[in-house]
Design a protein around this ligand. Structure first.
Ligand SMILES: Nc1ncnc2c1ncn2[C@@H]1O[C@H](COP(=O)(O)OP(=O)(O)OP(=O)(O)O)[C@@H](O)[C@H]1O
Length: 251
């Protein structure tokens, strides 16, 4: 297999007495959807935050495209940040801004495009994500599913190489959950970005992920392609995924 686009090597992180990462290794492969699963509080969001620099590891390394992120200078870091986008649990849309303004925000902030170019890019994404006609509305006027699409349009406006999704289906009904999963799968295939999805949706997430990694007690205890992952004999993984399948419980 080729060099991973993002790689965690022996990463350790603690908050006071809580050891969230304890020698964590993870490989995120280019152009694939990798799902990270694990119990609530196991550190999935913290892992994502390390990729975008919102948290810094105590030890170990995180490589991006073969480069140690800790060794990057400010210019390299800025360039790297432009290549990564994210969609958090609550969408983080600004209520006082229209859909258009929300989607345009990253390119208004990060680029030197003209107003016309910005408008063209926003409208292209709006059409691609089937939210045409919502541009002048405010997030509160949209359904949960539409807000997710707006959040995804914003995440994709910079043509990112990597998109991080932190529980993208939280708060949606089963039909809309399926819709969001379909949307991630479809747009990942269309745009070719590398996706990392933190999810509680078991077994549904296995339908869209090519790789699955399970986080438990500070380590990735199993990472493999989805088919192999589901065939594991590891008790802790089997209990987790089959327990959830049986009860539909949110762990
Ligand atoms: N900035 C912080 N300061 C102190 N503790 C933190 C901080 N961020 C996270 N934690 C702790 O780290 C642990 C992992 O948190 P994290 O949010 O990554 O879990 P998670 O797996 O994403 O959970 P969930 O599935 O419920 O969203 C938790 O015990 C949390 O309280």
């Amino acid at each position: 297999m080729t060099t991973p686009l993002i790689e965690f090597v022996n990463v350790k992180k603690r908050f006071g007495n809580i050891r969230v990462m304890d020698g964590l290794n993870l490989s995120i492969h280019r152009g694939q959807i990798t799902a990270v699963i694990g119990k609530s509080g196991s550190g999935k969001s913290v892992l994502l935050k390390h990729i975008i620099g919102l948290e810094e590891q105590d030890s170990g390394s995180i490589f991006y495209d073969g480069r140690d992120m800790a060794q990057m200078d400010r210019t390299a870091r800025r360039k790297f940040k432009k290549r990564v986008s994210y969609m958090f649990q609550d969408n983080a849309l600004f209520d006082a801004m229209t859909v258009f303004e929300n989607i345009a925000l990253p390119i208004v902030e990060k680029s030197t495009l003209s107003r016309e170019e910005i408008k063209e890019r926003v409208l292209t994404r709006v059409n691609q994500l089937d939210i045409t006609g919502t541009e002048e509305k405010y997030p509160a006027q949209l359904s949960g599913g539409m807000r997710k699409r707006v959040a995804l349009a914003r995440a994709l406006i910079t043509d990112p190489e990597v998109v991080l999704f932190d529980e993208p289906t939280t708060g949606l009904d089963p039909v809309r959950k399926q819709g969001v999963h379909g949307m991630i799968k479809e747009y990942q295939a269309q745009f070719g970005f590398t996706a990392l999805v933190v999810s509680h949706e078991i077994p549904e997430i296995f339908d869209i992920a090519q790789q699955v990694a399970m986080l438990d007690q500070g380590k990735i205890i199993l990472q493999d392609n989805t088919e192999q992952f589901l065939r594991t004999n590891l008790d802790v993984v089997r209990c987790f995924i089959h327990g959830k399948e049986k009860t539909g419980e949110k762990i």
